[in-house]
Design a protein around this ligand. Structure first.
Ligand code: FES
Ligand SMILES: [Fe+2]
Length: 378
């Protein structure tokens, strides 16, 4: 055996957390999650899953939305394979039971007079759903009224403003997707030449608590992208913030005073513990015409995203092969642990457990203050 490798520490695999093999998997339920975009929802019911629960989403044609657990109470056929009939109720395709947006059974074909269709045993389980900012949001907990509003997307308007939206399914946990979206140091390596990767410059990150979230503000980041950098003597820097908002929003904002502002809000839907759907809603304003900015954002955005998707799938495959996470952070991992702490605390508070309870997850959770300043080269 070779000596001198520091092998004194034997590998320890984390214990199971929520049955998910010691991985950072959390699902706070009393929050809004994006289910689809307004455009994705046509006249037919749309299916998706919310942390492994299949849902049928439909418009009730009176301006409301239905989000029913996609299992008919009659014989468990998926109502999503049926149709939305003109008065806005969902008709199961097997025996034709009909459900309104609240899950009430309003018709049972062939039932004799006097036998009410709307018996409680015939209710389909429903989630509250609402359309806001071009997104259909679903409340994570079934059969209860929401207690807050969906996350508001930023308003960027005026001449030179525009929006690009694209979607991607990632083979990773919600936490891994959120951390990746807000992780600066990987950009110089995984996205070398596209994003960062010129001569490193020293930048400072200031981490702050937000209401239901956490933010890192980056100071001194030179203007540029990949090989295109401002001249070394240039004092011009980006204004740059990375933010996380419970339960599943990552937001990256870049601005150059008087020239451009780009806010990329990434809305995540945990389809299952290791599969996460992400909508990238990029809203921007720039002095350049939108017809120039739009294709550039789309091309670069998708190129970067493909690299991230491959990395996240590879990371997940290793976490699963080794039966859990075993992370070792440094000061550069400025948001990942804070995101995990917030997710886990939100989940725990719903089950009545104290926030000081064991957080579980990646085994890398040394206590640290949220307010923090770190300087590094990137
Ligand atoms: S299974 Fe839906 S109506 Fe029979
Ligand atoms: Fe990335």
């Amino acid at each position: 055996m070779r000596a001198g490798c520091g092998w004194a520490v034997s590998p320890v695999i984390m214990g199971a957390v929520n049955g998910h093999e010691g991985a950072s998997v959390a699902f706070p339920a009393r929050w809004w999650y994006p289910a689809c975009t307004t455009r994705e929802l046509g006249t037919r019911p749309l299916t998706t899953t919310l942390m492994e629960t299949p849902l049928a989403i439909f418009r009730d044609r009176r301006g409301g939305l239905g989000a029913l657990v996609d299992r008919c109470p009659h014989r468990n056929y998926p109502p999503s394979l049926g149709r939305v009939i003109p008065d806005g109720v969902l008709e199961c395709g097997y025996h034709g039971w009909r459900f309104d947006a609240c899950g009430n059974c309003v018709t049972v074909p062939g039932l004799l007079d006097g036998q009410e269709a709307a018996a409680t045993t015939r209710r389909a389980v429903s989630h509250a759903a609402v359309e806001r900012d071009g997104i259909v949001w679903v409340w994570g907990e079934p059969e209860v009224a929401p207690t807050r509003e969906p996350f508001p997307l930023p308003l960027i308007s005026g001449r030179g403003a525009g929006e690009v939206v694209f979607r991607y399914d990632l083979d990773c946990s919600l936490h891994a997707a959120l951390e990746n979206a807000l992780d600066v140091p990987h950009t110089a390596f995984l996205h070398r030449g596209i994003f960062r990767g010129g001569n490193p410059r020293s930048i400072t990150a200031v981490r702050k608590e937000l209401s239901d979230g956490v933010e890192a503000q980056y100071l001194g980041e030179p203007v540029g992208m990949g090989p295109i950098r401002a001249r070394a003597e240039s004092q011009r820097t980006f204004d740059h913030w990375d933010r996380f908002f419970l339960p599943s929003i990552a937001q990256i904002e870049y601005a150059i005073e008087g020239w451009a502002r780009v806010v990329n809000t990434v809305l995540h839907l945990p389809l299952s513990p290791y599969r996460t759907r992400a909508w990238f809603v990029v809203r921007y304003w720039s002095r350049l015409p939108a017809s120039v900015v739009r294709p550039a954002v789309l091309l670069r955005g998708k190129q970067i995203l493909r690299q991230d998707a491959r990395a996240l799938a590879a990371q997940t495959s290793r976490i699963r092969a080794f039966g859990g996470e075993r992370y070792t952070s440094t000061d550069l991992d400025i948001l990942g642990n804070a995101i995990w702490r917030l997710l886990r605390q939100a989940e725990r508070s719903e089950s009545g457990l104290t926030t000081a309870a064991e957080l579980g997850g990646n085994g890398d959770r040394h206590p640290e203050p949220v307010e923090r300043t770190v300087t590094f080269n990137v």
